[in-house]
Write a protein that binds this ligand. Sequence first.
Ligand code: SAM
Length: 264
Amino acid sequence: MGKFTKDKRDIYYRKAKEDCFRARSAYKLLQIDEVFGIFENAERVIDLCAAPGSWSQVVSKKLTEKGLFKDSNGEDVRIISIDLQEMAPIDNVVQLQGDITKKETVDEILHKFQGNKANLVIDDGAPDVTGFHDIDQYLQSQLMVAALNICNETLKKGGHFVAKIFKGTDIKFLYSQFKLFFKSVYVVKPKSSRASSVENFLVCLQYDPPQSFENSTTKNLYTFQPEIEKIQEVNEQISKQTKEDQKYYKFVTCGDLSGFDETE
Ligand code: SAM
């Protein structure tokens, strides 16, 4: 198939060029927002694994539309984007080149926010694929743990979290883990995500960590023991969903159907 035919078919690729987004991924975040309203209360946002920066462009646009930068002297940091790779500058976005699994990166976010917390953390992270399934799964799960750790340090109560996950991920396990920290958890496939792609997105709404975690001094995800009542509550929700629709998570598709590119 010729290059022209492929480009012509990929409406999100062409739309990204027209709308000046650096990547077609921008529409995945926009379609998630259409369904879940993740930007409604967003005043401070952290974009993890952000390069080349299309999600950060969306965030900058959304917060600008709210008038949050009108009287800003640039000192009040509202958007922080982190990636291993360097990115070209984006208006109103503070960029950090670093590894989200490292403590220094979390410390730097806290320092830049000067005691303020975020209402939204987004994570489109993808590790370099090694081709060895188990290693790739392990690397991806390390990114998820790092992202949840960053939420625990930087997210306001009631804040939201969106993260890319891959097929093969144990969704039931992931759901039960994130359900301990958020009131609602959904697995989402935006229409702009290629049907052939193994990616889905976890949308976690209303951060509400268990009391025992909040009270612990170490806030260590690996040693944390949730209250038995909380585990029971999550298990009950999972079993209820199983009875209702034979699923242990709520799977949602989002995005305008008319914009769906069937070739993807
Ligand atoms: N959301 C971005 C956008 O819209 O332009 C695209 C993100 S791209 C799919 C995934 C990114 O994850 C890559 O740029 C990669 O460098 C980054 N990444 C992978 N592991 C990382 C880590 N440990 N720390 C920071 N960034 C990481």
